[in-house]
Design a protein around this ligand. Structure first.
Ligand code: ZN
Length: 245
């Protein structure tokens, strides 16, 4: 039977937020999935990069690399980062253990799992943000072997459907994957949601039933914020967590 017909938890953009990550894993474990898949940006912004990476490695999560991960492990430089993101990425680079740096360095930009694809930003470019149906259309044209692609990077829960030559955007909490349609699906962010809902965001993909369900979870935001301030990171990185921005 191999990998066929498993149930997946899809998570993205943990961003060194240990409190959100642990809360999410607790819920995923309670639900009982076969495999946890991560769409990158395990680190950056938050105060617990090594703690989050230790968990990702120990639990053998399947992951791709994100733009913050690239800078943190030295595979890239933060040329297009804003000053707050850049400072946090370079702080993270300095904090990482050798094992965690090597692990990030080894991650690919995309992976095919069963019949779906995982990327951080977009298929065409890992740094690109998919924010509209027209941007999604470009990506749908690149989906030759996969009918579903999970992406992150925007920190906004959303999905796009390509049907009869058109891409449309949806924000429902449940999706039934049907027919010849193509899907681009973003689970939202575990550690720094930006859709004005501060709760951690993730999804479950039930491969056998061809359904996707989105979930939100409250977590201990205060502790995550206190750690950011104690680490000397920019206060605004703490503040935005309670705003969901
Ligand atoms: Zn991110």
């Amino acid at each position: 039977m191999g990998l066929m017909f498993m149930n997946y938890a899809i998570i993205s953009d943990i961003h060194s937020n240990l409190e959100a990550f642990e809360r999410t894993l607790f819920e995923i474990d309670r639900m009982g999935v076969d495999r946890i898949v991560c769409l990158g940006d395990i680190v950056g912004y938050g105060a617990s990069p090594n703690e989050c990476l230790d968990i990702v490695r120990e639990r053998q999560l399947t992951s791709v690399i994100g733009n913050h991960d690239m800078v943190a492990c030295g595979r890239g430089e933060p040329f297009n980062f804003n000053p707050i993101a850049r400072d946090a990425a370079l702080w993270t680079r300095n904090e990482l253990t050798e094992e965690n740096r090597d692990f990030l360095f080894s991650l690919p930009h995309q992976r095919q799992i069963e019949d779906f694809l995982i990327v951080h930003g977009a298929i065409s470019d890992p740094d690109l943000y998919i924010f509209s149906s027209s941007e999604a259309s470009i990506e749908f044209n690149l989906m030759v072997k996969a009918k579903t692609c999970f992406f992150g990077h925007t920190h906004v829960k959303v999905y796009y459907v390509y049907s009869h030559g058109r891409a449309e955007v949806f924000t429902d909490d449940e999706v039934e994957l049907t027919g010849e349609n193509l899907y681009l699906v973003n689970p939202g962010s575990v550690g720094q949601p930006r859709d004005r809902d501060p709760r951690a965001s993730f999804l479950i993909y039930q491969h056998d039933e061809k359904t996707i369900k989105f979930f939100r979870l409250e977590y201990d935001i205060l502790t995550a914020q206190e750690k950011i301030i104690a680490a000397g990171l920019d206060n605004r990185l703490a503040y935005r967590l309670s705003m969901g921005m």
